[in-house]
Design a protein around this ligand. Structure first.
Ligand SMILES: Cc1cc2nc3c(=O)[nH]c(=O)nc-3n(C[C@H](O)[C@H](O)[C@H](O)COP(=O)(O)OP(=O)(O)OC[C@H]3O[C@@H](n4cnc5c(N)ncnc54)[C@H](O)[C@@H]3O)c2cc1C
Length: 408
């Protein structure tokens, strides 16, 4: 197996590891990095990645944005940690001079409400965000037009906008350095696939994982960081998970008449979103028929651009009547069908099976807090910084959805 033309070993160096991480993309590498760099953790870490080119994973298809505009305090705090982590990236990586500084381009999100019920929901969420110190402001249609004259606002009741620590960041560089630094701190990465797990006779511990190449390894704990394939991994431990792969379409376009200022990540009432993307613009949306798809189905459907995304974009910003599609891709959300939020931490019965799953459409920005939290759980047996227990698997067993209203 190769990555960037370099051979990636398929073969583990040991037959026993304290922690085996299944999936080496954003979540797997966040967990590996926070664990490997924690001075209180002295165990061994194996990261198993079935596709070291990372060409099909969610991380490679992300829109890489972060927002403080959530309705639940814990989600706001998670993004605030992400913003601090990104803004102090080199410092967080031990002031390593090879590590680039990351910029959080805070042009903000702009949620547009075309009815009073949604405007009220935005106002309620703004109060939660403000209590956490976020800079979100509710704007009237006139205020939106004043600050961003290019929007058509005649159907808009209110907007919710935040220019502090909210916008785009370079998630690819964050991922690359987590992986590189985790390896340098002793985490072992292999290009292989976990295909089976063996539990003890009580069904309370995973004793071994088996690789596609045939090796069977004993393990202290297993972390499920398998993205949209999370269900396949959890089934190896006899656990059902409400996560499925759902397609999300991204379109990069050039405008004949570019805007005179940054376009915030605009959440249009149609469900289409758009934002500045360097010299270009990015738009995206779900399909109308938002069903689970095959794990390998990344086929583009240009009718979604023609019939859904472009009309909504040109309607909201008439200046975008004349635009040219220059790139596009299809990625999978690891879509949590239960409540669209993270599923994090230990399984209630199989105590050494750890979830890092279901992050749906806001997982990239949650990866620093999730990785840190899981590293704490594995090192100390508890969350030490942010209490991430609201995301436990137990809530699914108890049928108590985590009610987050701001889902994209
Ligand atoms: C189009 C799109 C736009 C998005 N935009 C945003 C955004 O703006 N902001 C935001 O915060 N989030 C966004 N997200 C979500 C974010 O990208 C994901 O939540 C995040 O990348 C998930 O990372 P992951 O490591 O969990 O999953 P993945 O990146 O999918 O990685 C899982 C890895 O596990 C490996 N694997 C699976 N099974 C096995 C196995 N049995 N053995 C070994 N390896 C295995 C896979 O090969 C894969 O590399 C977006 C997602 C998409 C698709």
């Amino acid at each position: 197996m190769t990555m960037n033309g370099k051979a990636v070993s398929e073969t583990p160096k040991q037959y026993s590891y304290d922690v085996v991480i299944v999936g080496g993309a954003m979540y797997g590498s966040s967990v590996a990095w926070f664990l490997a760099t924690n001075p209180d953790f002295d165990g061994s870490i194996l990261v198993v990645e079935r596709d070291p080119s990372y060409s099909a994973c969610s991380t490679a298809h992300t829109n890489s944005c972060m927002r403080q505009q959530f309705s639940r305090e814990i989600n706001v705090r998670i993004s605030q940690f992400a913003a601090e982590f990104v803004k102090n990236f080199r410092e967080n990586l031990n002031n390593d001079p090879r590590v680039p500084e990351l910029v959080l381009q805070s042009y903000g999100y702009m949620y547009l409400a075309d009815n009073e019920d949604f405007a009220d929901a935005l106002r309620e969420s703004q109060a939660v965000q403000a209590s956490c110190g976020a800079g979100t402001k509710i704007m009237t249609a006139e205020e939106i037009k004043r600050d961003y004259p290019f929007y058509k606002v005649d159907d808009i009741v209110a907007g919710s906008h935040n220019l502090v620590d909210e916008g785009y960041f370079d998630g690819g560089t964050l991922f690359d350095w987590w992986r590189r630094s985790a390896k340098e701190h002793g985490a072992e990465y292999i290009g292989n696939e976990v295909v089976q797990m063996e539990l003890d006779s009580n069904g309370t511990r995973i004793q071994t994982v088996t690789l596609k190449s045939g090796e069977t390894l004993s393990c202290g704990a297993v972390v499920n960081a398998s993205g949209p394939r999370a269900v396949l991994t959890s089934r190896m431990a006899g656990i059902e998970l409400p996560v499925e792969p759902r397609k999300r379409y991204t379109f990069i376009f050039d405008a004949e008449h570019p805007l005179d200022r940054d376009l915030p990540l605009t959440i249009d009432p149609s469900g289409v979103h758009m934002r500045t993307d360097g010299a270009y613009y990015l738009g995206g949306c779900p399909p109308d028929d938002d069903a689970a798809v095959d794990y390998d189905d990344h086929e583009q459907d240009f009718s979604i651009w023609e019939e859904k995304a472009w009309p909504a974009i040109a309607n909201r910003i008439p200046q975008f009547e004349a635009i040219k599609l220059i790139n596009s891709w299809v990625g999978h959300y690891a879509y949590n069908t239960f409540d669209h939020n993270l599923i994090l931490g230990k399984h209630t019965k199989v105590g050494n099976f750890i979830f890092a799953n279901g992050d749906s459409g806001h997982g990239l920005q949650q990866s620093p807090a999730a990785g840190r939290g899981i590293a704490e759980l594995l090192t100390y047996g508890e969350f030490r910084t942010l209490d991430l227990s609201p995301f436990s698997f137990e809530r699914i067993e108890n049928n108590e959805p985590f009610d987050e209203k701001a889902i994209i």
